[in-house]
Write a protein that binds this ligand. Structure first.
Ligand code: SAM
Ligand code: SF4
Length: 353
């Protein structure tokens, strides 16, 4: 197995001290978690430039030859599903709808047995004309990112004048039966933090499920500051000015969003408080970057090079074993609050959000 050390080895157990991994085919780790949810980044490119994600000029995109091919992606997902107990696959990026052949990848993954649940996280551009094809290709659930309802603000946050495309895309996804369409919102202090209530009203009226995501230290510019982020507590306090929120009694499981019934339900709103209320203890994720690096966590500082194994002729057994070994070493938590915390070298858009 090729493992790339990206930085401080603080999360590693000293040689010889690591507990032996039991003989279990699943993606277990030392803390009793089992990863069943695979996030696959299909590209690091994007057609928006959200200020909290990447700089105006974009990034140095990975060259095509470094990206996994369609066949390589389908093979790795198949290994995950057939040998490692993966039952949910989310495609993301960058902007996954920019990946040529997306529908074909989806169709091939949906033909796996057992068929995993398939979801897509997108910025919604182009969705208006593609939602039906995506649903037909196998997408079960869809998340669309929308941080504001105001066109001028949308332009300022994403550096593109495309809000109508996104709103039309969400409506098309709903019409294509991808319900409930989930809407992801990041609130930024002094930019859109007065829109929690209008965004929730909009989503309630349209039948979308809104989830607020705390801003995380994963931007390419490394400009995240904890003191500047809008916390879950602030979000809930804004929402409670207009709505009654009660905890959703539904089992949360490994879901990142804490959910609240709005005005008694059945509508819900979610808050993904990765920073102030981390859910690492229940994490069930494993991640594959567009260039074939396996990560046990968004914040991991090590990656395992599955692409090198694939291209070096490794068999499925060998790849599955490398995947298991990597997940066994998964850290207990992301460590954002640790004094020695270091942001991963790759930004969210290159890891897959
Ligand atoms: N381009 C697609 C999109 O925007 O939905 C998929 C990739 S994007 C990285 C996935 C999600 O991550 C989006 O909802 C986006 O708002 C969120 N995101 C990006 N940077 C973030 C950050 N620093 N902290 C929290 N969420 C972030
Ligand atoms: Fe693109 Fe998504 Fe990042 Fe916005 S958050 S720049 S849409 S990858």
């Amino acid at each position: 197995m090729t493992t790339t050390e990206l930085g401080l080895p603080g999360l590693r157990t000293a040689p010889g001290a690591a507990p032996a991994r039991p003989d279990d085919p699943r993606l277990i780790d030392r803390f009793g978690r089992v990863a069943t949810d695979l996030r696959v980044s299909l590209t690091d490119r994007c057609n928006l430039r959200c200020t909290y994600c990447m700089p105006a000029e974009g990034l140095d995109w990975a060259p095509t030859e470094e990206l996994l091919t369609d066949d390589e992606i389908v093979r790795l997902v198949g290994i995950g599903v057939h040998r490692l107990g993966i039952n949910e696959v989310r495609f993301t990026g960058g902007e996954p709808t920019l990946r040529r052949g997306l529908e074909s990848i989806l169709t091939r993954v949906s033909a796996l047995t057992p068929r995993p649940e398939i979801s897509l996280t997108t910025n919604g551009i182009g969705l208006a004309r593609r939602a039906e094809a995506l649903a037909a290709a196998g997408v079960d659930r869809l998340n669309v990112s929308l941080d504001t309802l105001r066109p001028e603000r949308f332009k300022a946050i994403t550096r593109r004048d495309r809000i109508t495309d996104v709103l039309d895309g969400m409506a098309a996804a709903r019409a294509a039966g991808l319900n409930p369409v989930k809407v992801n919102t990041v609130l930024l202090r002094g930019v859109n933090d007065d829109e929690a209530v209008p965004l929730l009203r909009y989503c309630l009226d349209a039948g979308y499920e809104l989830r607020f995501i705390e801003q995380m230290p994963l931007d390419a510019q490394h400009s995240w500051q904890r003191s500047e982020m809008i916390t879950a507590a602030e979000i809930l306090s804004h929402l409670r000015e207009a709505f009654t929120l009660t905890p959703d009694p539904t089992e949360r499981g490994g879901a990142p969003a804490e959910r609240w019934l709005v005005d008694g339900g059945p509508a819900v709103v979610g808050v993904i408080a990765s920073v102030t209320r981390p859910f690492c203890g229940d994490c069930d994720r494993t991640r594959l970057t567009g260039d074939g690096q396996l990560r046990s966590c968004l914040f991991a500082r090590t990656e395992t090079d599955l692409r090198a194994l694939l291209r070096g002729g490794a068999g499925d057994d060998e790849i599955a074993a490398a995947w298991r070994t990597a997940m066994w070493a998964k850290a207990a938590g992301h460590g954002i609050d640790d004094a020695g915390f270091l942001q991963p070298d790759r930004p969210m858009s290159a890891i897959g959000g």
